[in-house]
Each structure stands twice: as C-alpha cells, then as structure tokens.
Design a binder for this molecule. Sequence first.
Ligand code: SF4
Length: 557
Amino acid sequence: MGGDMPLLPARMINEFAYCPRLAYFEWVDGEFADNAETTEGRFHHRRVDQTPARKPRQVESEDKGEDTIHQRSVWLSSERLGVTAKIDLVEGEGNRVVPVDYKRGKRPHTAQGAWEPERVQLCVQGLLLQEQGYACDRGVLYFVGSRERVDVLFDEELVARTLELVQGMRAMTTATIAPPPLVDSPKCPRCSLVGLCLPDEVGWLKAPHGGEEPALRKLVPTNDDALPLYVQTPGAKLAKDGECLKVKDHDEVIGEARLVETSQVVLYGTVQVSTQVVQELCKRGIPLVYCSSGGWFYGMTTGLLHKHIDLRRRQYATAADQERCLGLARRFVQAKIANSRTLLRRNHRAAPDMVIQDLKRDQVQAGVADSLQSLLGIEGTAARRYFSEFSGMLKEAEPGARFDFDGRNRRPPRDPVNAMLSLLYSMLAREWTVVLQSVGLDPYLGFYHQPRYGRPALAFDMMEEFRPLIADSAVLTAINNGEIRPSDWIERMGSVALTTDGRRRLIETYERRMGQEITHPVFGYQISYRRVLEVQARLLGRYLLGEIPELPPFTTR
Ligand code: SF4
C-alpha cells in the first residue's frame, strides 16, 4: 500500500463509515470542531491514553503459568493495509489477544450490539494485531456510560466491509472536492462539523426550488458561546492564570475572561502581553488582534495557517478570472445598496421618495455593470445619496444637542458621527479578517477590492452588505438611545476622538448588534449577526469550491 500516502488512522475509518464528507473535512481539510460529544469522548480516553507501547507487553501469570497480556495504549501501523491505530487496551493470554476500545455513552440497542463505524474501527485494530502475528478474531467495545462490554466478532463480512471502507477512504483523499452532504440525515444534528458543513443549506442552494420557502432544519447554533475580549487601558498587562486570561492595571486585576469563552483578544494601543498568553492563544486557535489606540486595525497573531490549501487555490484562481470577479463584485455592491436603502426606509424621519427610488435604480444598475470601474462609480453615487440622508436618521442626543453630519469624511474624521462610523467599519473589517482566515480563506485577496499592501481586500468585499446592517445601525443606536453623548468627544486639531469610556460604550453597542438575532433571509431560521458572518464566509468557500452555483447575498427586508 502506500507510496507517499499517509497511513489512515482507524478513527478516520470510523468517521468515513459515519459520513464520507465528515472524514474528508477532518482528514483532507484538517478541520476539527469540538461539541459536547467529542469533548466527553476525549475525557474518557484520558484514562487509557498513556505513552503508547509499540507492542502488547507480556506478563507472567501466576495461576495459569501462561503469559497474560494487559497493555494500555498500544500503537500499531501497517504499510500493507495502509492504516494505523492507537488501541486503548489489549488483553489476552499467550498468542491470543483482544483489542478493547473505549466509547463514551451507553451501549446502543442494535442487532449487532454496536453501530457499524465503531465495529469497523475495532476491526482495523484486530487486523493490525493479526499482522503482528497474534491470533485475534474478536474485539470488545466498552461503553463507559452504561459500563457494558460488547463482543464484536471479526467475521468475513465485517473484515470485507472494513477493507472496502479503507479503500474508499483512500480513494476519497485524492479528490479535490468533498463528497456531498447527507440528505436530511439524523446523523447531522449530532455531527461536530455541522456548522462548517451546512448540509441542509448547501443542499437547498444546490437544488432548483423555484421560489418555494425553505424549511431547513435549524442545525447551526443561533449564537456563539465565545465572545471577543477587548483590552484598551493604556499600559495594561494581559496574563494567563490557569484557564483564565487576566487583565491587570499595575497590580490590580481589572478584567478577566475564561479562555473557553473567548473568541478573539483585541488589544488597543500599548497593552503588554505575556509569551504564555500568545502561546496559549495560538494553541487554541484564538486570534490576538492589534489595533491603534484610535481603533485602526494593524494585524493579528494566529496559530498555524489553515490546512485547506485547495480552498485558497480556488480563491486565487477566481481572483484571476475577471468575469467571475465582476459577478461577485456586482453582488456585493447590489446587496450593500439594498441594505442601505432598507435602513433609510426604516429609520429616516421622512425619507425622500426620490432618494429611495434612485437607490433602487443604482441597485439595478450595479447588477448589470460591465466593469469594476463602472461598479465603483455606481457604488460611489449610491453612497453619496445614502449619506446625504443619514442625518435624517439621527435623533437629538440631548435636548437641543444634535450630532452634526454632513456626509462622509475620514482620515481623520472631522465630526463624531464620522469618527464612530470609521471606528466601527474598522472593527467590522477586523471581524471579517478573523472570520475569513479561520475558515481557510486569504483575507488579503479580494474580488472587488484590489490588493493593496496591508489591506484585507476580501474582508472589505465581504463587509460591504454588512456596513449598513451592523456598523451604521450600531451608530444610530448609540446616538439615538443616548449611549454616546457629545460630552464623550475630545477635539484635537480639527479631528475628533472618543474618550476611553465613550469608546467602551460604543464597542458594547457594536457587540450587542453582533449578538442580535435576526431571521436569515435565505434560510428562514433565527441566527445572530456574529454567526451570519461565519455562515456567509463558509458559503463563499462552498461557492469557490464549486459546491453551490452562487453566493447568496445577505439582504434584509
Ligand atoms: S453535518 Fe451531516 S453531512 Fe455534514 S459532515 Fe456531518 S454528518 Fe456529514
């Protein structure tokens, strides 16, 4: 067997038997995500995982005078079979041995005592022991939840099925696209990669459905358990303390967050970080993001690059294809104009009909623009129309005190509304950079925005339709609810900046917006904006890999 092909772990043959797409994601794409079941499974294996032995060790048995084998954590491989396995426990006497595999949960009540994936995984272990010269014709599955042992006979049928699955998995590893998702399968809700696989969503977008309303299962979690940790106190120190991150100002702890509940760490200005924190964040795949004290996004530290090289290759190929770039760019701009128009319609005191109609026309024109250049022109015109009416969505901050806004200005922003918009756009660009990188895409190569040194062009592309929905909307909330007041601003040489306390409140407003649940316009289920960003990034990946014909825009009504 073999050539350069790596040996397939028995655990992967189990995954392949469960769902070929799952095995592809884990083995070929290097994806892994924990859910309650995988976490619990790892916990139960801790007892049996020790430094692996290369062979079962024999111990002299006092009563029988025969060699008894009781060896935990035995690691065996076979070039001929092309597989490898770490066996939890090998028991036996003399030359006759039995592999024992520990499983979380209770024994399932099936005709064969256990599900096929577990029996097949055990059979791989048996075949490896046979190759070492042992007599091994059965194994044991030990179910921790019910403390039951289930005997599995390695009969002809099971051995043939196991070898067939090994061959199938080997053939699949050379494919450049993942197998299709299972259809309406009860396996999916229990699958740890359901949020990445999007089985029902991909199935829905692939099939022509002629205007019919989707009735998809709600498999993607509505919101995230983990949230960003922002540190913005000048001179603060970030350190690791057990399973927590602690923020200290001099020796006083001013904030802390559990690592498992942290999605990213964002540092504003001069914050010190210990090496232990950087290493732990890299290990856990939690990005460490650096911004200037004014919120300008400098960059980030992450662990190793995502392994999904084929996805990036498809992204680069698409970026080099002008037609496909234009198709995607039209879609980004159309969706942005549509969402800007909706925001005006919903929040303006009296949105002029003319502007609403003009925006509708801009949206239509964007859909037929014949070059990126003309698309830029249409987008610029639509942005001017929209921002010319933006102040009509602002209420008085305090009696008699209104925030002035007279169109967009930046670098530096000259009024508080522009400064808030710039800060939140920068936060949104950072958010998209983190999301795109985490799903394996290169945030620096876009389709609409052209590459420029240090500019996350793809993040800028993907954030277009979310600018009005997240950033603009958060600015309106902050002002109209009195969360940010004129007294939160300092004026310096013609530009304005938020006080530390004002920025903290604006970040809170932004994070609230990110956590807000909405009805997904395509899939019809409830989902937070934070989750939407991840789903949208994964759909872009599915589009680039050719699984779905189009990237659906995210537009609200
Ligand atoms: S969600 Fe379903 S189709 Fe997707 S990998 Fe998991 S089991 Fe397979």
